[in-house]
Design a protein around this ligand. Structure first.
Ligand SMILES: Nc1ncnc2c1ncn2[C@@H]1O[C@H](COP(=O)(O)OP(=O)(O)OP(=O)(O)O)[C@@H](O)[C@H]1O
Ligand SMILES: [Mg+2]
Length: 425
């Protein structure tokens, strides 16, 4: 799929999901408000009925005004206007609430005018098992009335939410859809990147292999001419061209096979104590052939006081060689590479700095990915497979080293490796 199409799908998908989420939030709130209002209304009606029944029981009548006052939360005060018998009240409360399908626990208290306080009545549970240890409600006094009772529903919120189950379920399903959509998008983007990287890799490989193959083919053509035996010098030259190009091809194939299949978790190290300064010295000598054609120079600032590390010599050499190779390859000036070391009590810091083309910030994290190369359009001025730094990272991880990169497109790049110092004698 083309890049813009994927972006389009993502945009449309996001817009639809945001829309659906907003509609869902609106309806859930709407449903919640309605249900809340409905429940409270039913409770009020039940309590008015209880007050009327109590008045009837006492042979009196209630004043015209609404006898029910809703306090904060799920507490109510009900004016009865006559003495209250706790047993009768509890009976009426139970039957009225049950009649209206309100399966709610409640507790009540009756105002006692002789002590001017609320006297706790009882906690009435709809099921025997979840009776709380202690009553939770407090019942405030109300100076306005003389005969009244207070009622509190401790599980009102839970009851309300429970009656909204279908809404909660639909919201959970919606959430699952969003998670699934995001995951699908993530996979699509990852696949797309992988496909791009693989395509680049194949392009590079084709490019790298074409040159030696065509050189070998030309040389072989020359060698198959009958008159070549008369010219042993030419024969020797072309034979050695074939040999060296073949060697190059072999090296390339080996590198790809080894590095591309290298698994970060299964690298086998053969660690030993290494004098890093000595290793750097050897490395510089062996890098001559790489540097001379470009007029490159290596400067060293080896300031580390302790410079022994425990590492796999072959892998560490390859790591430094890869970094030096990049420092020369990605450079348009005469390469000037600075190799520096420093140490504190525990760690040795090694930096490789170059004056090359630098790495744009958006690619700095990706350069350690297998097959990744900073895009240069169709210009293949520096050859490679994007395997070097992925190898460097794998080896650093396997040793437990920190690997960092800082870069500036105008001054160059610096790779830093922090290793533990080997303090054994
Ligand atoms: N010192 C550097 N300066 C600028 N760019 C760099 C430097 N080192 C690496 N890069 C960028 O990071 C990419 C990945 O580097 P890496 O060494 O993994 O692969 P490569 O050099 O392209 O190929 P290989 O090392 O497998 O031959 C390079 O293609 C290059 O774009
Ligand atoms: Mg490289």
């Amino acid at each position: 799929m083309k890049s813009w199409k994927i972006r389009m799908v993502l945009l449309m998908g996001t817009i639809s999901i945001v829309g659906i989420v907003l509609v869902q939030i609106y309806w859930v709130r709407q449903a919640f408000d309605t249900r809340n209002r409905q429940l409270r209304q039913t409770i009020s009606i039940a309590l008015i009925n209880v007050a009327n029944k109590m008045a009837e029981f006492n042979g009196g009548a209630l004043p015209n005004a609404n006898p029910v006052i809703q306090l904060s939360g799920a507490s109510y005060i009900v004016n009865v206007n006559d003495v209250i018998d706790a047993g009768v009240l509890e009976h009426y409360l139970k039957s009225e609430l049950h009649y209206r399908g309100l399966n709610l626990d409640f507790e009540y208290a009756i105002y006692d005018c002789s002590s001017d306080s609320m006297v706790y009545g009882n906690y009435v549970s709809t099921s025997e098992s979840d009776k709380p240890e202690k009553p939770s409600g407090t019942f405030p006094r109300l100076d306005k009335y003389t005969y009244y009772f207070g009622i509190h529903f401790p599980y009102f919120s839970g009851y309300l939410l429970n009656s909204m189950r279908i809404w909660i379920l639909s919201s959970v399903i919606l959430l699952a859809v969003i998670v699934f959509f995001s995951y699908a998008m993530f996979i699509i983007f990852r696949q797309k990147r992988l496909a791009e990287v693989q395509k680049d890799f194949l392009d590079n490989m084709t490019h790298e292999f074409k040159t030696p193959i065509s050189t070998i083919s030309v040389a072989a053509d020359v060698l198959s001419r009958p008159d070549i035996v008369q010219n042993p010098q030419k024969l020797f030259t072309y034979a050695s061209i074939i040999r060296s190009e073949n060697l190059r091809l072999q090296e390339q194939v080996e590198k790809i096979l080894q590095l591309a299949t290298l698994d970060r978790t299964s690298i086998r190290l053969h660690p030993g104590k290494i004098d890093l300064h000595e290793l750097i010295g050897n490395l510089i000598k062996n890098s001559e052939p790489n540097l001379t054609p470009r007029n490159g120079k290596i400067e060293t600032h080896l300031h580390a006081e302790k410079f022994n590390v425990t590492a796999d010599r072959v892998h560490l050499t390859n790591v430094l060689f890869n970094l030096l190779d990049n420092a020369v390859k990605y450079n348009r000036r005469e390469p000037l590479i600075v190799l520096a070391t420093g140490s504190d009590a525990k760690q040795l810091t090694l930096t490789v700095r170059d004056n090359g083309i630098g790495i744009p910030p958006e690619y700095r994290k990706k350069i350690f990915d297998k097959f990744f190369r900073v895009p240069t359009g169709n210009v293949h001025d520096a050859k490679g497979f994007g395997l070097g730094l992925s190898y460097v990272k794998s080896i650093a991880d396997a040793h437990g080293w920190d690997l960092m990169v800082t870069s500036d497109v105008s001054t160059g790049t610096e790779f830093t490796i922090k290793m533990n110092i080997d303090t054994s004698d």
